[in-house]
Design a protein around this ligand. Structure first.
Ligand code: AMP
Ligand code: GLY
Length: 442
């Protein structure tokens, strides 16, 4: 079967790397892809929300399955559009994607289903929000009233719409930025204000067909840019799996208090969910609290999940799309995996592109080491006819997060040590990475 993957990050590179090992996969295509993906799949640099173009492309290339990586097309109704045209797609529909597309929707869902989450209030009026933050107290609170509080733009804000406020002045500024200045556009029409909960975060990604929910190996991401969780939030600077601290008791609690109630709630709301549901949790005093749902694979979580997945990914997807997830055994390697993200200087703020990357070949020769590409590209040159051609002999930076050096090992320590031997071999001007990925798990 020919497969089209939508997206162009490290997540999509890892998915395609895994799909290449599947006997059922014929040719793999990717929109837009990147320089690493281009070594495994045919890439086309087109917008991922141009549904009519993608439809034509699928017809021309006899695509039997579309896998959607990022949230934006899912929230815009990618699955609804393509299923109506009789294509097979892996991912949740528009209604289900609201779990990521609207924080107010997700929090209301959690409250209704009794899923543990930080206490919250929702506001559409900036005046009422400003009144509330003078004396914040939450009707379904876990902890004490007062500061710190967390103010979140309701809609997608490229990971920047969540603000932790320690004082009234900071909270007033957050309301101003989100609701009055509308820095995130209509995502700021509504805000969710939450109590602050402190603990250890984990990413619980699950396969689901809406009936069965099958957690993948648990992952811990490192969201802040600097070591020891300092500096601003990023898309994720690296991660490791499995999260060694999640003992059997916690696994049980996550299933009983979070995953099963999520499935039951979706059914109750008549939301058909097929795909991956990613539950971001905070573990507080041995209990899980849901911070957020994502309706897709995580990035960079997928980079450490795929090397540990023993079962054929395409088979899992096929079983999910038939509504038969319960009939396939999903198996995991008894190993550890670490991914260290190498980012451009300046990220998560402004950064330059077009820096030459060297050392990729050398790194790929190391045992159990994969370099998943994110923001990479080939230099362009103009031909005499005025056409644009790519020079595939070189690879350059093209984004904030550039590469994910991913290593498996028999122990977490072995994987970490090997990853940090490999990372400095990859070189480009301004390359930065965290030095402490996985340390919390030791
Ligand atoms: P979200 O996009 O809602 O997951 O928020 C992004 C990040 O903000 C999370 O990964 C947490 O690190 C932090 N965060 C979100 N909500 C809370 C909360 N209620 N208490 C403490 N930290 C939070
Ligand atoms: N690594 C966080 C995310 O994928 O949302």
């Amino acid at each position: 079967m020919n497969i089209l993957v939508i997206g162009g990050g490290g997540r999509e590179h890892a998915l395609i790397w895994k799909l290449k090992q599947s006997s059922g996969a014929s040719e793999i295509f990717c929109i837009p892809g990147n320089a690493g993906i281009a070594q495994l799949a045919k890439c086309v640099d087109k917008p991922i929300d141009d549904f009519p173009y993608i439809e034509k492309y699928c017809k021309n290339n006899n695509i039997g399955l579309i896998i959607v990586g990022p949230e934006v097309p899912l929230i815009k109704g990618f699955v609804d559009y393509f299923e109506k045209k009789n294509f097979k797609v892996f991912g949740p529909n528009k209604l289900a994607a609201q779990l990521e597309g609207s924080k107010a929707f997700a929090k209301t869902f959690m409250k209704k289903c009794n899923i543990p989450t930080a206490g919250f209030e929702i506001f559409t009026s900036p005046k009422q929000a400003l009144e509330f933050i003078k004396n914040p107290h939450f009707s379904n609170a876990y902890g004490q009233p007062g500061y710190p509080i967390v103010i979140k733009a309701d809609g997608l804000a490229a990971g920047k719409g969540v603000m932790i406020c320690h004082t009234l002045a900071e909270a007033e500024k957050a309301i101003d930025v989100i609701m009055l200045k509308k820095v995130f556009g209509t995502a700021g029409d509504k805000v969710v204000i939450e109590e602050f909960i402190a603990g250890e975060e984990a990413s619980i990604l699950c396969f689901t067909d809406g009936e069965t929910i099958e957690p993948m190996v648990p992952v811990q991401d490192h969201k802040r840019i600097y070591d020891d969780d300092q500096g601003p939030n990023t898309g994720g600077m690296g991660c490791y799996a499995p999260v060694t601290k999640l003992n059997d008791d916690l696994h049980h609690k996550i299933r009983e208090k979070v995953l099963q109630p999520t499935i039951n709630g979706l059914k109750q709301e008549k939301i058909v969910y097929r795909g991956v549901i990613y539950v971001g949790i905070m573990i507080v005093n041995g209990d899980p609290f849901v911070l957020e749902y994502n309706v897709r694979f995580g990035d960079p979580e997928t980079q450490v999940i795929m090397p540990l997945l023993k079962t054929d990914l395409l088979k899992i997807i096929e079983y999910i799309n038939l509504g038969k997830l319960k009939d396939i055994k999903v198996e995991w390697a008894n190993k550890h995996c670490v991914c260290v993200v190498i980012a451009s200087s300046g990220y998560p703020g402004g950064f330059q592109k077009g820096k030459l990357i060297t050392g990729l070949g050398e790194t790929a020769m190391l045992p159990e080491t994969m370099v998943f590409h994110a923001g990479t590209s080939f230099p362009q040159k103009e031909t005499v006819q005025g056409l644009i051609e790519y020079d595939r002999s070189q690879i350059i930076t093209a984004g904030g997060r550039v590469l994910g050096v991913t290593v498996t090992g028999n122990t977490l320590k072995e994987a970490i040590d090997r990853a940090y031997e490999a990372v400095p071999l990859v070189k480009f001007e301004g390359a930065q990475w965290r030095k402490d990925i996985g340390r919390k798990g030791l």
